[in-house]
Design a protein around this ligand. Structure first.
Ligand code: SF4
Length: 352
């Protein structure tokens, strides 16, 4: 059933359509500070999500306090997950945000289980935990606190400057558990950012966030993702971006080419047809095999990026966290936020 018929009282701001089929739904609200956005507040039954089956990712567990993301990146690979809610992968993904209001309480309970092995938990691998909604709901402090109290390493990848609010907490818990922080910055040009990432903080604001994280004593990596063929992939453009990232104090960077999975593909290509029809034949050729860019393009990008990463001292990739036990590996407690290939090798995201 499509949503839209049933009405529920909002946050004192009138009535909003709700999602009748959404499990655990408490209410759907709209607030003046978030024009055009509806928050569907739900009681989640679980908080820890296991990455099932064979996976190249170096973590098996994630926590996602939100579904949908107001950062609204056209290229977001998570778009298709909104169709499971009977919402669309386009504008609904950007504006119909599911909020798991009890996520920290449920997480705390799950972390107390004897079966919990304190494996690293990654956040920002599906939707962004520090998207704008986090300013309203403040779910992350309790999530971070619960993970730290249980001795669980954690990592966060984000585009959201709301993270700066929690830096004192993150710096404090980093004394007890490994903490890995990454900021995602795909491009510098404001016109492209407005078009492709309309809900995100500016690239400069994210560079400032990198600086604030490192000033707080925490290493911070940057995901340069996705690199958009023929739009943001020139050697000069990447050189300028990596120079700014290095100047902001990042400890490393990982560069990833665009993936176009179902849901994302349609949304992104609709923009391309509208704004850059001249590039459509090239994209059809580069993505003719499906979600992944042509291997020859990946190799060429890798060859272009590797020397730039080394020149800017960013070849270490995104900082990593490893489980505290057992057994600790020589050289510190670190496990990657994302699979880190040889320095400079572009690979597929997730993103925050
Ligand atoms: S790419 Fe990341 S920040 Fe952008 S919409 Fe998706 S989850 Fe949000």
């Amino acid at each position: 059933m499509r949503w839209g018929d049933q009405l529920i009282s909002g946050d004192g701001v009138g009535q909003e359509p709700t999602l009748p089929g959404l499990r655990g739904l408490l209410r759907s609200v709209r607030t003046p500070e978030f024009a055009g956005t509806v928050f569907h507040e739900v009681e989640a039954r679980s908080a820890l999500n296991e990455v099932r089956g064979p996976s190249p990712l170096p973590f098996r567990w994630t926590v996602n306090p939100y579904r949908g993301c107001s950062h609204a990146c056209l290229y977001c690979f998570a778009r298709n997950t909104h169709t499971y809610l009977d919402l669309d992968a386009g504008h609904d993904f950007d504006s119909q945000i599911v909020v798991k209001v009890n996520v920290a309480r449920v997480l705390e309970k799950e972390l107390r289980s004897r079966r919990w092995r304190r494996e690293p938990v990654a956040m920002g691998t599906n939707t962004d935990p520090y998207q704008r909604a986090e300013g309203r709901y403040r779910l992350m402090p309790d999530i971070v606190g619960a993970l730290a109290r249980s001795g669980t390493p954690l990592s966060v990848l984000t585009k959201g400057t709301v993270l700066a609010r929690d830096l004192p907490l993150l710096a404090a818990v980093a004394r007890d558990v490994p903490v890995g922080l990454g900021v995602s910055i795909a491009l510098l040009a404001r016109d492209l950012q407005h078009q492709l990432e309309p809900g995100t903080p500016s690239p400069q604001a994210r560079l400032d966030l990198v600086r604030r994280i490192t000033d707080a004593g925490l290493p911070c990596g940057v995901m340069v993702a996705p690199v958009l063929p023929l739009l943001t992939d020139s050697a000069d453009g990447l050189d300028a971006l990596l120079a700014r990232i290095a100047a902001a104090g990042a400890s490393g960077a990982t560069v990833l080419a665009l993936h176009l999975r179902p849901g994302t593909r349609e949304w992104f290509l609709a923009w391309l047809v509208r704004e850059r029809p001249d590039l459509v034949p090239a994209y059809e050729r580069l993505y003719r095999r499906g979600a992944y860019v042509d291997p020859a393009y990946r190799r060429a990008l890798s060859e272009r990026v590797g020397p730039l990463l080394r020149a800017h001292g960013l070849a270490g990739g995104v900082p990593t966290v490893r489980p505290p036990a057992p057994p600790p590996e020589p050289g510190g407690e670190q496990l990657s936020l994302l699979p880190l290939p040889a320095p400079g090798t572009p690979m597929g995201p997730p993103d925050g």
